[in-house]
Design a protein around this ligand. Structure first.
Ligand code: GLU
Length: 448
């Protein structure tokens, strides 16, 4: 039976997982044709089935002593090239299908980083929004009370993702250490004075902009003077904006789940610093940016309409940095009509498969998330290396390594696309290169 039919029949409700798998299956067809032994070894069937799925109850008590129950997940997808590695997401939309799609993407992304990391992902449908620090701490402790027995610095190394930042990593790490009586690099994204790496907070955003700069360089172009649309306003969007400004570009939009701001004068360094305080300390909403800066207009976005007006603004480059499927076919057509010729994805799978077809038809520079946003997990890999040596590298050294890794990912994707006669198709290149490396490692290690 066809692999997609098998997968959709097995877990009909896991739509995002089907979407991520179908994108990969489509683009690796020529690899299977070139390597007939891959079919005999059922590599597609094996790579799409998680090595292990852990689902658990997370009970916790709010400040009014009311008890709540959330669901916790860790999907250990593939360990062919290293320990499972990938973030934890705390968001009400989290379910097994979402975590499986993220874990699946992570396998290919981690393989592209050049570092020895397998793929995994976890999280919970817990919503940290509006919760007190004490509530978040109790939730994290309850979550780790189960997760700790499944992870370890040589087994599975979680990190942050949406809803899991420095605060949550701190509470999770503290509880792991208490339960295991071990100070180890079991999580990445730690604070700098207790085992974290410099440049880890910046890494995903910076890496995404470096990837964009590499794509532009193939057309003898740069970010200098380019107008950019950025979505999201969390960690990835913040450092994407910072690096675009450093490289001479202009950022005119930022968003959250309720709406977006359009600042015709552009987000300056000073405005960005204010925004970082708003989001990271006050945990406020993007609408407050427009109250503070009169050059900006706030537009609430109704999630039930079929397109997001954010993507209809005229600009040169787009950096989707919010969440999965934030760009559909209509949005992609609006981007093209608005003059966009580069999309570099800071979020995981922000463009649906119809939107990707629009980019490919228009032959724009399109860096898919699993390549363009790999800088975050790459610096997590560097954090693991520093933890093993019990050393801290200076910021310049980490950033230089990040830059080289992003260059290497770009070249790997471009070379793979050329090798298969699709030069400049980075989606095909990323999938082919990531897939080939992991599959060869799986075959080397026998039927496990
Ligand atoms: N959540 C991030 C990602 O999607 C980072 C994962 C990590 O650092 O392990 O790649």
């Amino acid at each position: 039976m066809d692999i997609m039919t098998t997968i959709t029949d097995k877990d009909p409700e896991q739509r995002e997982f089907h979407q991520a798998v179908s994108e990969v299956v489509e683009t690796v067809k020529p690899v299977l044709e070139r390597n007939p032994e891959f079919r005999q070894h059922a590599v597609l069937e094996r790579i799409t089935e998680p090595e292990r799925v852990i689902m658990f109850r997370v009970p916790w008590m709010d400040d009014q002593e009311q008890v709540h129950v959330n669901r916790g997940f860790r999907v250990e997808m593939n360990s062919a090239i290293g320990p499972y590695k990938g973030g934890l997401r705390f968001h009400p939309s989290v379910n097994l299908g979402i975590i499986k799609f993220l874990a699946f993407e992570q396998v290919f992304k981690n393989s592209l980083t050049t570092l020895a990391m397998g793929g995994g992902k976890g999280g919970s449908d817990f919503d940290p929004k509006g919760k007190s620090d004490a509530e978040v701490m109790r939730f994290c402790q309850s979550f780790m009370a189960e997760l700790y027995r499944h992870i370890g610095p040589n087994t599975d190394v979680p990190a942050g993702d949406i809803g899991v930042g420095a605060r949550e990593i701190g509470y999770l790490f503290g509880y792991y250490k208490k339960l295991k009586n071990e100070f180890t690099g079991v999580l990445t994204g730690k604070s700098i004075n207790w085992g974290g790496s410099l440049i880890r907070p910046e890494a995903t955003g910076y890496g995404c902009v470096y990837f964009a700069a590499e794509m532009l360089a193939t057309r003898s172009d740069s970010l200098e003077g380019k107008t950019c649309i950025v979505s999201g306003s969390g960690n990835v969007a913040q450092y994407t904006t910072e690096k675009i400004l450093t490289l001479g570009g202009k950022v005119v939009t930022l968003s959250d789940s309720a709406g977006y701001i359009y600042d015709e004068e552009g987000v300056t360094t000073e405005k960005l610093q204010w925004l970082m305080r708003l989001k990271n300390v006050k945990r406020g909403r993007i609408s407050e940016y427009a109250d503070k800066y009169p050059s900006a207009v706030y537009t609430p976005v109704d999630p039930s309409i079929d397109h997001n007006p954010l993507w209809a603004h005229k600009a040169d480059c787009a950096f989707p940095s919010a969440t999965q499927n934030e760009i559909n076919q209509q949005d992609a057509e609006n981007l093209m009509a608005g003059g966009i010729f580069l999309v570099s994805e800071g979020a995981n799978m922000p463009s649906d498969n119809e939107a990707i077809s629009v980019y490919l038809d228009h032959k724009i520079l399109y860096g898919p998330g699993k390549a363009a946003n790999a800088g975050g997990v790459a610096v997590s890999g560097l954090e693991m290396a520093q933890n093993s040596m019990r050393l801290n590298w200076p910021a310049e050294e980490v950033e230089e390594r990040l830059k080289q890794i992003m260059k290497s990912i770009h070249k790997t994707c471009l070379d793979a696309s050329t090798d298969y006669g699709m030069e400049g198709n980075y989606v095909a290149g990323a999938n082919i290169a990531g897939f080939t490396k992991v599959v060869n490692a799986m075959l080397d290690q026998g039927l496990v």
